[in-house]
Ligand binder design. Sequence first.
Ligand code: HEM
Length: 490
Amino acid sequence: DTMRCLCPKLFVALVGYFGGGGLGVGRSFWLFFVFLTFSVELIPISCPPLITFPVQLSAKYGPVFTVYFGSKPIVVLCGHEAVKEALVDQAEEFSGRAHMPTVEKNFQGFGVVFANGERWRQLRRFSLTVLRNFGMGKKSIEERIQEEAQFLLEAFRNTKAEPFDPTFFLSRAVSNVICSIVFGDRFDYEDKEFLSLLQMMNESFKEMSTPWSQFYDMYASFLKYFPGPHMKIYYLLEDMRKFIERRVKQNQATLDANSPRDFIDCFLIQMEKEKQNPSSEFNIKNLELTTLNLFFAGTETVSSTLRYGFLLLMKHPEVLGKMHEEIDRVIGQSRIPAIEDRSQMPYTDAVIHEIQRFSDLIPMDVPHIVTRDTQFRGYTIPQGTEIYPMLSTVLRDPSKFKSPESFNPRNFLEETGQFRKNDAFVPFSSGKRICLGEALARMELFLFFTTILQRFTLKPLVAPEDIDTKPREDGFAKIPPFYQLCVVPR
Ligand code: HEM
């Protein structure tokens, strides 16, 4: 379907470009037309997201099949069993990372997210160690999140229960947690440069998720010579990298090797230690791009989940009411929420899981490759073949969830009301590439949701039944729809 809707655009554009002379129109005009056709959607044809095909194809061909993006074969894995067999049972083989054409020009295989082989192993091990040393999964980062949540409450109070768009309220708070680790400090909410970085992140996440970007991923080798939205993504990410480059220079000028202040300092110290090693992966390029990975992945993911969560809670006021009730009963109003409360709060825990399951942030995972020729379910998959583990189909696997298609916290509750674990809960993926920030993200989601709901209730501007929860973009990420709300003190 995507081909059917995008091919006419491509056809019109190419005929125009190559046949333009015959019509007496210059090529530059047609280049401009090509640009408009793709970037401004001059010929609007509704495009169903790519994600809908594999679901339909797997009904016909089973959970493992190949599709061709142009001439490139992609092995698609659908449902809990197939994804687990690949990412967990054959973890090493399926741990490679594919090129993502939309961001390839920025990363070129550097930085932990897009690295492979020895480079990836070293950057992953180092990043995890440093994040843990700065408190990921521990009391010290819990205190930082609790403190940041208080700043967020203050910002919410200042809205005086008037309607507002929560996007940058949430992203400033969330981002400040990872910023404290990578840059050694939080930013003031009024800081203009901070807000502009967050706008760039939000914009590039959205651009990476449009039908255009999916099409670009299929035909990049040809389309990269044309202008279009992929250029916008490149410049947004490049501006963010330049900001990090400036921060790295500041750190270098003031570095004290005996007391590292942040992730950048730790990396600089490691670079110094390995400077005699010509094959060291600790160089400026990996430093800048890994920092960009952590800053980006540590901001847009958690803040989009909170934003989607608020919308779902307003759509389901009975769920919101039960969360309020549990917060009041277990935590009360006289102290702030802490991580150890989670084990006493099965309902809230189940709702947060259900928000992540239902909002399905990264539906097709970040694409993988197989690291060597791999035998899988009777097929031979040649080394380097791209693999799309469809996390979306695991999170909605009817054999693993009672209500896969609807928003229902009972998907994570026993009949007795206890929390029920489910190994098909894979919003962070699984196996060797599993999200590096999972522990941090889970702490942030629990503490931000409970701290906000302890003090506020969420009021939509329309009746709950009129709230549309369909994502605004559904591609690399599912971007929550635009909305406004009021936060009213309880
Ligand atoms: C709700 C929040 C989040 C979700 C849903 C999420 C999801 C994901 C997913 C699906 C992947 C790809 C895994 C794969 O390749 O199979 C990933 C990778 C990654 N995430 Fe997250 N993430 C979240 C939060 C975070 C945070 C807070 C950080 C910051 C520390 C982070 C850092 C990373 C990094 C560095 C990778 C690349 C890992 C690698 O390639 O080895 N993520 N995440």
